[in-house]
Design a protein around this ligand. Structure first.
Ligand code: SF4
Ligand code: SF4
Length: 69
């Protein structure tokens, strides 16, 4: 199964990734990073298809997508 990782400290909470994801994998919780941004988290990682759109759209390179081997 593909897997995504989002680095909270790189994220500024723009939510481009959440809007772009065709599978609605990404959302937020009440958690904020050290800059006070409500960062993106993979809320439904089991739905990820590894398309990498989230990583491509992220202006801060906060997302890594690991494809299945
Ligand atoms: S790789 Fe594709 S399906 Fe997976 S979280 Fe990113 S945009 Fe969504
Ligand atoms: S696109 Fe990048 S910076 Fe914007 S919310 Fe998603 S992970 Fe954070």
């Amino acid at each position: 199964m593909p897997k995504i990782e989002i680095e909270p400290e790189f994220c500024k909470g723009c939510m481009y990734c959440a809007e772009t994801c065709p599978k609605k994998v990404i959302g937020t919780t009440s958690a904020v990073n050290s800059k006070g941004y409500q960062y993106a988290v993979p809320l439904h990682p089991e739905n990820c298809i590894g398309c990498t759109l989230c990583a491509v759209i992220c202006p801060d390179a906060a997302i890594e997508v690991y494809k299945e081997e």
